[in-house]
Design a protein around this ligand. Structure first.
Ligand code: MN
Length: 242
């Protein structure tokens, strides 16, 4: 069996000395490996002069990882004091790669910020702080003291979706680590699940081999058979690209 190569997007942070570093939680790498993929970390700096194009054709799939907020100027979003760690270089490379993967029918999987990114890349908008802009009856921003795999709300899946075919359930319990959410959604994207308060929790691109994005964090729940199935379906679709 071959091992598809998965490009994983990254962000920036600072180490304990305040020095700049490329940032990716290892859960994305480990979940990719566990599902049978070979992770390749893509630094945002590859955006300069479109250097990412030099490696793009060797990637069988793209994993849009979680992270900080997208610059609200990209989608005409409401300013909010909670918006944090804007990273224009990261926004640029992720939007460019996502649009290219859509055009090329290359499998991609968006997680949390990656879900929001897919929406923005196709012209959608975000609630820049759910609590103040959406009548949420659920707390989507779990306290940082809690374990990352804590299940805090359910999602109801659309039966006729690629996501529901993979998960083989109508209801799923998920974790929730987001303070922003999808607001206006472009017609090119299919809404595939909602939280009980009506917030959209997943999107997909119909007619694409694997163009799925979820607001929750399956990479923290790789012991859960449903989340395993989701990662494996992404890696299997990427393998077919080889
Ligand atoms: Mn949620």
């Amino acid at each position: 069996m071959s091992f598809p190569v998965i490009g994983i997007t990254t962000g920036h942070s600072q180490n304990k000395y305040g020095l700049p570093q490329i940032h990716l939680l290892d859960t994305y790498v480990n979940a990719t490996l566990k599902a049978g993929g070979i992770p390749i970390i893509l630094p945002p700096e590859l955006h300069r002069e479109e250097k990412w194009m030099e490696i793009y054709n060797q990637l069988d799939g793209i994993l849009l990882s979680g992270g900080a907020d997208i610059n609200p100027q990209r989608f005409g979003g409401e300013a909010h004091p909670s918006i944090h760690d804007i990273d224009d270089t990261r926004d640029s490379i992720e939007i460019a790669i996502t649009r290219k993967a859509i055009d090329d029918s290359k499998p991609f999987f968006g997680i949390c910020r990656g879900f929001q990114l897919l929406n923005v890349a196709l012209g959608g908008t975000l609630y820049t702080h759910i609590r103040d802009q959406f009548s949420a009856k659920i707390e989507h921003e779990t306290s940082p003291q809690e374990p990352r795999n804590k299940l805090v709300h359910t999602v109801r899946l659309e039966k006729n979706s690629h996501l529901a075919q993979i998960l083989e359930v109508e209801m799923l319990s998920v974790n929730s680590w987001h303070h922003q959410g999808a607001k206006d959604i472009p017609s090119a994207l299919k809404i595939t699940s909602h939280a009980p308060d009506g917030l959209v929790e997943s999107l997909e691109l119909p007619e694409h081999p694997f163009g799925i994005a979820v607001q929750w964090h399956p990479e923290w729940m790789t012991k859960d058979p449903h989340m395993q199935a989701l990662f494996r379906a992404f890696i299997d679709a990427s393998r077919k690209q080889k």
